[in-house]
Write a protein that binds this ligand. Structure first.
Ligand SMILES: [Zn+2]
Length: 284
């Protein structure tokens, strides 16, 4: 089966080196390409993080070159806090617009919670207008945050409801399905036709998928129950959050969450529909 991994990182930084090691991987493009081959992944979408500490980094990109790869890696441009505050600046928006024309750019990434700004705040609006103009989705971090100084209230899935209503013609992908506020995320996706869910980052580190499926049965049943309640397997995307997790193991575990009749949609077709530009990278 062909797979698209809709959420990875290509980011050189100390914590990622360590987390990759815990997941039994190396945080390099060569290791990523090897893992993608092993897991049958035809394309991955990296969330741009690089340049977090540099106010001049507009937009945030991947740390590694995405040119000439055997298996394509596409990119969502990350939005720096300084860019959000400067979104009325034409030069800042022109830099995003230009980067969105690159063939590998397929979406935008909002780091809700990590930035103390509500996702529906007016300062974000120029970015959503750009996403509409380029027919690209906006991926939004939702739920648990990795850093203690982040603020959960900005990452709660209910914040996306207001945004989805304000921008009915922009597609929004809730990364991590708001975990652990899965019910809230499901309801936002159930109500709003333009909101999608993505199941990356629910587990991290190295694990045996079968053992994990047994040990975490209650939690996995909970995910199964609420995604079933959504009743729209065409609105749920597969993603891993590599290098925080081993792609093959994560894939095996997530295959137990979605009924097999919907695997082709979940693992492949839904991402193609939500990110129209990846069709060209996959050869049409
Ligand atoms: Zn991530």
């Amino acid at each position: 089966m062909d797979v698209i991994d809709a959420h990875i990182h290509c980011f050189d930084c100390e914590p990622f080196e360590q987390l990759a090691a815990e997941a039994g991987a190396a945080n390099t493009m060569a290791a990523l390409q090897e893992e993608m081959t092993r897991a049958g992944i035809r394309l991955a979408i990296a969330m741009g993080n690089a340049g977090e500490d540099d106010a001049q980094a507009v937009p945030l990109r991947t740390s590694w070159s995405l040119d000439g790869l055997a298996i394509p890696v596409a990119e969502c441009l990350g939005i720096h806090e300084d860019s959000i505050n400067a979104s009325s600046d034409k030069d800042v928006m022109a830099r995003f617009d230009k980067a969105m024309m690159l063939s590998n750019t397929v979406g935008l990434k909002v780091y809700a919670g990590y930035r103390p700004i509500h996702v529906a705040d007016k300062r974000y609006h120029p970015f959503y207008d750009l996403a509409r103009a380029h027919d690209m989705p906006v991926v939004i971090h939702t739920g648990e945050t990795a850093l203690p100084d982040a603020l959960l209230k900005y990452a709660h899935p209910l914040t996306v409801d207001e945004l989805a209503v304000q921008f009915p013609d922009v597609r929004f992908v809730m990364a991590h399905t708001g975990n652990p506020w899965l019910i809230d995320a499901v309801q936002v996706a159930r109500k709003n036709p333009n909101v999608y869910l993505e199941l990356s980052g629910l587990f991290a580190g190295r694990f045996d998928a079968r053992m994990m499926a047994e040990e975490e049965k209650a939690y996995l049943d909970y995910i199964r129950m609420w995604t079933r309640y959504l009743g729209r397997y065409d609105k749920i995307l597969y993603g891993s959050d590599w290098p925080l997790v081993n792609q093959a193991d994560y894939q095996e575990l997530m295959a137990t969450v979605v009924p097999s009749a919907y695997h082709e949609d979940f693992f492949y077709h839904n991402a193609r529909a939500v990110f129209p530009k990846i069709g060209a990278l996959l050869g049409g």
